[in-house]
Write a protein that binds this ligand. Structure first.
Ligand SMILES: Nc1ncnc2c1ncn2[C@@H]1O[C@H](COP(=O)(O)OP(=O)(O)OP(=O)(O)O)[C@@H](O)[C@H]1O
Ligand SMILES: [Mg+2]
Length: 409
């Protein structure tokens, strides 16, 4: 008891005390918008130019921004919105207003309109109105003010996938109903395929101008991290090579700045947990492992039952099967051990393809001369992780605890 209390007291003391490595941990969080966004200066300028008619009370073109995850889309848009708003406030300009909606959080038509209304300062009840009524109220409010409203719809694909593009259609058409005001839209998405699914009319009006954000390379990521690290860490608390390590690790995974920042923050937290005064490359390596294990564990944990069994079988084979046939034999033995009915080989073959698409395993057709073709299967994650995650599975746990990596062949 005393020991546990002491351990807790220790943690609390550390939480209350000043960090030895961080100066401002917040600066590494993904919501933080820094004053400088290296390697996005051109996009900032371009977006500012596109939106600049707002200052004259004129409607800007609708803009559609796309690019892979972590390429700075949200950061750039929020940065420009912030600068415009600050400038307008200082100069006493009231020709425009912004509304920002993250459609991953606000994923019904009602909630999107509600958020727009809230940002514009319109009083509306949380429930009780129909979407059409809400739409009309917003329209009347906007039209009575003589303003241009710029609506940012971030992660807009979430909304469309959930409820269709009806609201987008209405929003892009709303100007036809307005006599003295205007609404323009900035849509953001990381799903290029989504754009193709839109109604052609919505697509052409939403994408009057399109901006594509490319992924960052390792050198650019290092510049980004350096800027943020200067805000977040105490001077001298980052050892040489840490930034470069985090940058190159993230660059290998499609140049995602969020990944790079997460890695750097976790490296700092690991150093802190250990009471170290400096963050080393070793800490960053451990952070990377931790992130990879967590990500892989999450995928494994959420698979359907027989998907788990296939992975488990592959892990029990040491992570490699020279054919789906040999994998199937092991899978049957696993089912036997668990006393459950195995699926057919055909079905398992389909599951292997599905798992391949999820990236948890790789399958490859190889030609074995006159023996024909077989499909080699290898695990995309460490077999030990699969075993570890599944040993806490409610249905499989007891059985898995008895298995070892490579334990069945
Ligand atoms: N050029 C940059 N300079 C500094 N920080 C950046 C830069 N680009 C991205 N970031 C940071 O990286 C993180 C991810 O960026 P952001 O949220 O803008 O990505 P995104 O393109 O919107 O990704 P998603 O499609 O997943 O929403 C944020 O913390 C952001 O502040
Ligand atoms: Mg974003």
């Amino acid at each position: 008891m005393l020991l546990a209390d002491d351990a807790v007291a220790e943690v609390i003391k550390r939480a209350l005390g000043e960090s030895r490595v961080f100066r401002n941990r917040e600066a590494l969080s993904c919501d933080y918008i820094p004053n400088k966004l290296p390697h996005r200066e051109e996009y900032i300028k371009r977006l500012a130019e596109l939106l600049s008619p707002l200052f004259r009370g004129e409607k800007p073109s609708n803009v559609l921004i796309y690019g892979l995850t972590g390429t700075g889309k949200t950061a750039v848009v929020k940065y420009v919105v912030r600068r415009f708003t600050e400038y307008a406030k200082k100069a006493g300009i009231d020709t425009f207003k912004f509304a920002y909606v993250n459609c991953r959080n606000e994923d019904t038509n009602y909630r999107v309109l509600l958020k727009i209304g809230t940002d514009l300062g319109v009083r509306i009840p949380f429930t009780g109105l129909s979407v059409a009524e809400l739409h009309n109220r917003l329209r009347d409010y906007v039209d009575s003010r003589r303003v241009v409203v710029s609506v940012v719809l971030d992660e807009v694909d979430f909304l469309v996938k959930k409820v269709g593009d009806d609201l987008l259609y209405r929003l892009t058409r709303i100007n036809e109903e307005l006599s003295q005001s205007n609404v323009s839209i900035v849509g953001i998405t990381n799903d290029v395929k989504f754009i193709e699914t839109l109604d052609p009319r919505v697509k052409s009006s939403l994408g009057e101008v399109e901006l594509v954000f490319p992924p960052y390379d390792a050198i650019q990521l290092a510049d980004i991290l350096r800027e943020r690290a200067a805000l977040a860490f105490r001077e001298g608390s980052l050892e040489e090579g840490v930034i470069e390590y985090c940058a190159s690790a993230a660059a290998k995974e499609h140049g995602d700045a969020r990944r790079a920042l997460d890695l750097l923050r976790l490296a700092g937290e690991i150093a802190e947990r250990e009471g170290a005064s400096r963050v080393s490359v070793e800490h960053a390596k451990r952070a990377r492992e931790e992130i990879e294990v967590n990500a892989a564990a999450e995928v494994v944990r959420t698979l359907p039952h027989h998907g788990k069994l296939v992975l488990l079988s592959l892990a029990a084979m040491g992570g490699f099967a020279e054919s789906t046939g040999s994998l199937y034999l092991v899978y049957r033995r696993v089912c036997e051990g668990l006393m459950i009915e195995p699926l057919t080989q055909r079905r398992i073959s389909d599951i292997v393809s599905e798992l391949d698409m999820l990236g948890v395993l790789m399958s490859r057709v190889v030609s074995r001369g006159r023996y024909g073709k077989t499909r080699e299967v290898s695990l995309g994650v460490d077999p030990a992780i699969v075993i570890k995650v599944l040993s806490s599975d409610t249905k499989l746990g007891e059985y898995v605890k008895l298995l070892k990596v490579g334990g069945i062949r």
